[in-house]
Design a protein around this ligand. Structure first.
Ligand SMILES: [Zn+2]
Length: 283
């Protein structure tokens, strides 16, 4: 009888533990895990509501790149993303880039983050700084404290041509032209500057999307890798270069009006695909 009581109490305790985990903000749960799950790579869910099994870590330094903000432990992602970063770093050298500075990717098991991003959850997003890599190996301290410089003219939505010129345009051109890219998010002023240039082939502009922020870095989003059946791609981009009315909208006051909706509560495990609870707990 006593044993039965202990067992049933233990079951209740476990159930409560499980349900508190379900109700806890998922960012706390995913932010506390610093090792990927073992086994095959599997991005699960969508960019702003998902996780990744079997993530890999970007080395802090590679040929043509250095990773920033190492303390955040957000250098994890799909093998495709790590390969993409290496390829971009390589490709950028052709335009005289010494290297690129790599900002946040995702957490060891993806998922929501405590700060900074709504997306970056399934190992397919990376932020790349819009400034050349310094000519030395950065110290851990520099990687924490160097700040990314906005390429906009102070207090405007327009680029400063001294900070965003041909080298920066070509970097985004190359970033959008590599295989596997779904979208690149940039400040509206950056998109406008890209639209204003004569390109031999303008098709890359379709993937370059104006968005809030993104004036000191650009954000690359890869498509779901082939065979990643649990990964949910974003809706297709409307056809065209996006340089017309769609871009003009970003230069009106409309997108910057304060929202009247209350802020959404933080995502919990129950908001994520079911498989993410297993990814979180897996060895
Ligand atoms: Zn980003």
């Amino acid at each position: 009888m006593a044993l039965f009581r202990i067992l049933s109490l233990a079951i209740i305790a476990l159930a409560t533990l499980a349900s508190t985990a379900e109700a806890q903000p998922a960012r706390d749960l995913f932010g506390a895990v610093h090792q990927p799950s073992s086994g095959a790579e599997m991005p699960v869910g969508s960019y702003a509501k998902g996780c990744i099994a079997g993530a890999v870590q970007l080395p802090t330094d590679g040929p043509g790149w250095q990773a920033m903000r190492l303390s955040r432990d957000r250098r994890w992602g799909s093998a495709e993303l790590v390969g993409y970063i290496a390829a971009l770093a390589q490709s950028a050298t052709q335009d005289g880039w010494r290297g690129i500075m790599v900002g946040d990717m995702g957490q060891a098991r993806g998922g929501p983050m405590a700060s900074g991003h709504a997306s970056h959850q399934i190992g397919l997003d990376v932020d790349v700084w819009l400034q050349p890599m310094p000519n030395h190996q950065l110290s851990a301290d520099e990687r924490e404290n160097l700040s990314a410089q906005s390429v906009l003219k102070k207090g405007t939505r327009e680029i400063d041509p001294k900070r965003f010129g041909e080298a920066e345009r070509l970097l985004i051109y190359r970033a959008a032209s590599l295989p596997g890219v779904a979208r690149i998010f940039v400040a509206p002023g950056i998109k406008k500057a890209l639209c204003a240039v004569t390109w031999r082939d303008r098709s890359f502009l379709n993937k370059v999307r104006p968005w809030y922020g993104h004036d000191d870095h650009f954000h690359v989003r890869l498509s779901c890798p082939a065979g990643a059946t649990s990964c949910v791609d974003q809706d297709a981009i409307p056809a065209g270069d996006g340089c017309g009315a769609e871009l003009d909208y970003w230069f009106t006051d409309e997108p910057y009006k304060p929202s009247t909706k209350p802020p959404a509560p933080p995502l919990t495990l129950a908001d994520l695909p079911k498989a993410c609870a297993a990814v979180l707990r897996a060895k």
